[in-house]
Design a protein around this ligand. Structure first.
Ligand SMILES: [Fe+2]
Ligand SMILES: [Fe+2]
Length: 284
């Protein structure tokens, strides 16, 4: 008797999970910063000095800190200043992003632009809602699709199959992933967040940005990133893997108490930001 094809498909998928679980290691500098802050004697200046030792990395972080993302009225000229003005978590997020920038660039054409566009939109939505954590939400937007990077780099053949399926069947990228792999980049994002010990505020938007109704620990951040992802697609900025612009989930509207009339001011603030993000499109 030949084996049930569904069973062999599932076994194959399980094997893939094991392969992809061989996730990239957390960038050394990020691990070092995390260890440093566990020590109560660590000062802002100590963390600033550590990051500044890597000049290329510091330059990338400062370019992001001074970009249209944050819209600072004065120039941030040192990492220590960025730590004081933007806060530790935001700078750590920017260090993480800068360290994996090459990986994002190599993984998929347009994904970096999609990521910075989603970050800008997340910041704009959070600011529109009057939140005082807009800078941190922005970092969650920046990293939301990191699972796609891991997929592209760890499972390039499957990535190609997913891309073919998107083109042939007009599917959302995550739908095609689920058909080919039985899991998607949002799940990979969750594995990566666990593996890297990322805070829940970054992990949950990675895991549930396509299903914000499932978020329990950071529903507002997840809903903001969900909407930001859709807005940046609607604006045609970058490439998230398919050309589709999904509907905003009802849950996201409810969680944030947003109404349709909120969108005009949000888009008005977002548009100039997107056009001035060009200086970040090649962060070399
Ligand atoms: Fe996604
Ligand atoms: Fe996305």
């Amino acid at each position: 008797m030949s084996p049930d094809p569904n069973i062999s498909d599932r076994m194959q998928a399980k094997k893939e999970v094991r392969r992809i679980k061989n996730l990239p290691t957390v960038p050394g500098i990020v691990a070092k910063i995390s260890r440093m802050v566990e020590n109560p004697d660590t000062s802002v200046a100590d963390v600033g000095r550590l990051i500044s030792q890597d000049q290329v990395l510091s330059a990338k972080v400062l370019r992001m800190a001074n970009s249209a993302f944050f819209g600072m009225s004065r120039k941030i000229s040192s990492i220590s200043q960025a730590l004081i003005i933007l806060g530790f978590e935001v700078v750590k997020g920017l260090v993480l992003t800068s360290s994996v920038f090459d990986m994002i660039q190599k993984s998929m054409a347009g994904l970096w632009e999609h990521s910075i566009g989603c970050a800008a939109a997340s910041g704009v939505i959070a600011a529109h809602l009057g939140r005082d954590d807009a800078e941190e939400v922005l970092v969650a937007g920046l990293l939301h699709d990191l699972g796609k990077v891991v997929l592209a780099l760890n499972l390039p053949e499957e990535m190609k199959l997913v891309q073919d399926k998107v083109a042939e069947e007009d599917l959302y990228f995550y739908e095609a992933e689920n058909k080919v792999l039985d899991f998607d980049h949002a799940e990979i994002g969750q594995w990566l967040a666990e593996h890297w010990n990322l805070p829940e505020s970054l992990a949950e938007p990675m895991r549930f940005h396509h299903k914000p109704e499932k978020a329990v620990l950071k529903p507002e951040w997840t809903a903001i990133v969900h909407i930001a992802d859709i807005l940046v697609r609607a604006k045609g900025f970058g490439n998230g893997g398919d050309d589709m612009v999904p509907d905003i989930s009802m849950a996201a509207w409810d969680i944030l108490g947003l109404r349709k009339v909120d969108f005009l001011p949000i888009l008005e603030k977002l548009e100039p930001k997107l056009s001035s993000l060009n200086d970040l499109t090649a962060l070399n």
